[in-house]
Ligand binder design. Sequence first.
Ligand code: 2IT
Length: 447
Amino acid sequence: MEVKKIMAALEAKHPGEKEYLQAVHEVLESIEEVYNQHPEFEKAKIVERIVEPDRIFTFRVTWIDDQGQVQTNLGYRVQFNSAIGPYKGGLRFHKAVNPSMLKFLGFEQTFKNALTTLPMGGGKGGSDFDPVGKSDSEIMRFCQAFMLELWHNIGPDQDVPAGDVGVGGREIGYMFGMYTKLARQYNTGVLTGKGATWGGSILRPEATGYGALYFAEHMLAKAGKDLKGKTIAVSGFGNVAWGASQKAKELGAKVIAISGPDGVCHVADGLTDEMIDYMLEMRASNRNKVEDMATKFPGKAVFTAGKKAWSIKCDIALPCAFQNELNGDDAKELLANGTWCVAEVSNMGCTPEAIKAFQDAGILFAPGKAVNAGGVATSGLEMTQNAMHLGWAGEEVDQKLHFIMESIHNACVKYGTQPNGKVDYVKGANIAGFMKVAQAMLEQGVI
Ligand code: 2IT
């Protein structure tokens, strides 16, 4: 396999699919050496097959807004790879959603899910529907119209969507309600991230953020460090940033910055429990403004318009919002301010330039597909509970989440330890995930 040749062919086939090509390039670069030691992979053309989704559904979603106007959006489901289990991955509602974004997310999801130790393939979906400024009734009508199209292509052993940016418990509820009405079956395991009284797993809302901090604990311990008293900058204020902030505080760190599309809030004394709770209200309001934190807690949170979380001096940076939200310039600023650990909690949160800057500087860096896998892992645990028609206590779920994050860290160390003894977490995560999916594809023949 030659990365350059494969990338050139993909670029010609999928021109302009920036995020998708970026995600594929990162994985291929990491696995090239190991792949070329396996002639059986080359013979079965595993790389050529693994970079293309199994199939993509595209559909029109029509709904009526509060003014009585007809609105049309595009909906998608990318069923990327089902070599190790049913398609599994979230739905993203965001105005910038397009096939490139969902293909990158589905591709990443395939390897992330392989890392979780659970039997889940990779999928992703969503819509260019923009939740910002929408009323609750509009959100409900859109979710129902979206499910009217999607329901036929999903199922507990077929494809199991969940939340992502713009899709949380509320949206999953509206979609599940419509699914049940259409299917005339109470298929609990068809979606994850459900409410706790109707098949949802305890801790699923917190799991992405909690898992990220468990992973960070292991990464820091391996480097002889810990979280106690460390300052953390977090981007975003959605579900992921909320869970990460909660756990960071619980483990003795101080979250001193959160950000949004409008700017950053500097919280010199660290987020309080009250402020962390308020993040949920900010998310539910659909205003998408981090300034609301400063308005609610004057004097404690200081808002600066147009700045990112990465402008605040911190020990640890946790991108928790969107792909490519931390670029080369941001990396320089963080490094100049003495940041010594960056853990991507968002999917592909850092640009290739930023990752290179962190790696060149020799600071701790771990990629999203390892760090944020606790979310989908807990979705996998929700599927298990649904299949057994029972629910576990929070302690049991948390214990399993701990075990999974430790296993992912171990896999990164196994496949990513360099001759100098340092761990390349990007390489480690990519190789560990790839090897599992590639081997399964090989054993299942050319299909
Ligand atoms: O990016 C992700 O892993 C998610 N949005 C969660 C997917 C899931 O199926 O829980």
